[in-house]
Design a protein around this ligand. Structure first.
Ligand SMILES: [Zn+2]
Length: 275
């Protein structure tokens, strides 16, 4: 029996025991599915993070808030797979504290699993002796965990908010405008560019709202509010299939609790949400 907590992931689902706590060992039936693992310190104590092949039966995942009333046996295991996104939005006193260390564990596992060879010379990488990093024994280049900054913005106009359906994502859900930061631009410039490119309008009063780890696989979402300045909504039809102004009291299907978009839409980020 190990005294370490195990953070076991398949894709973005975390395995918890039937009591919704972290296991202290890897269930035997999962051992053959391990594709990567890391020893880490999470929440101040030694932990072992494990990434499994993505073969989760979708019907065995608990996606709603966890009340303890769910069946505790899935996949023949004495426990449950919980969506990390649901943990992040949970107000459960047992589950909510798991969100931050689990996001760290998953982000590092995703990085570690996709950073196996030197990008300069192609040599297989080794673990760095003292840091969370990988080192090339051939050319000495050191690869640190990658975090990709991205913006997400809620645009407001005369009491209404702009939400869009994303062509490549869940088509039933209207969400905020989002996109990756590019070299050479500020986060505020990124906000203005993404809104202009995706829905054809100009914004002003871009203000920082908050930020959140989003390890799917390696983003850090930086959230903003902005006000409409000029232009008519014109979806680009490549990334955005439809965009409209919505009354905050009459919202369409929108992202689940725990997402950055939910926090923006529901004013969890700062006092500047309502205007
Ligand atoms: Zn190299």
């Amino acid at each position: 029996m190990s005294n370490k907590f195990y953070y076991i992931f398949r894709s973005s689902e975390l395995f918890l025991t039937k009591d919704y706590t972290l296991p202290t060992s890897l269930p035997e039936s999962l051992a053959d599915s391990v594709i990567d693992s890391l020893d880490l310190v999470l929440s101040g104590r030694a932990a072992h993070a494990v990434l499994l092949r993505d073969e989760v039966p979708r019907d065995s995942i608990v996606s709603a808030s966890v009340s303890g009333s769910h069946s505790a046996s899935v996949d023949g295991l004495d426990g449950s797979w919980i969506r990390l996104r649901a943990l992040t939005g949970s107000e459960d006193p047992v589950l909510a504290p798991l969100s931050a260390p689990a996001c760290r564990a998953l982000g590092l596992l995703n990085w570690h699993n996709s950073t196996r060879f030197c990008g300069r010379c192609g040599h297989p990488l080794e673990e760095h002796h003292s840091e969370i990093a990988r080192r090339c024994p051939s050319c000495n280049h050191v690869f640190y965990p990658r975090i990709s900054p991205a913006i997400i913005v809620l645009v407001r106009k005369e009491g209404k908010i702009l939400l869009a359906r994303h062509a490549a994502r869940n088509q039933e859900v209207f969400s905020c405008i989002a996109g990756f930061l590019e070299h050479g631009e500020s986060l505020e410039e990124c906000v203005a560019r993404e809104v202009r490119e995706e829905v054809g309008i100009s914004v002003k009063n871009v203000v920082y709202a908050g930020s959140q780890s989003w390890p799917y696989p390696d983003q850090h979402m930086v959230a903003f509010y902005a006000d409409w300045a000029s232009g008519e909504i014109t979806p680009d039809l490549a990334e955005i299939s439809e965009a409209r102004w919505f009354d905050p009291d009459n919202l369409p299907n929108s992202p689940m609790r725990g997402t950055v978009a939910w926090n923006l839409i529901h004013g969890v980020f700062g006092a500047s949400s309502k205007k």
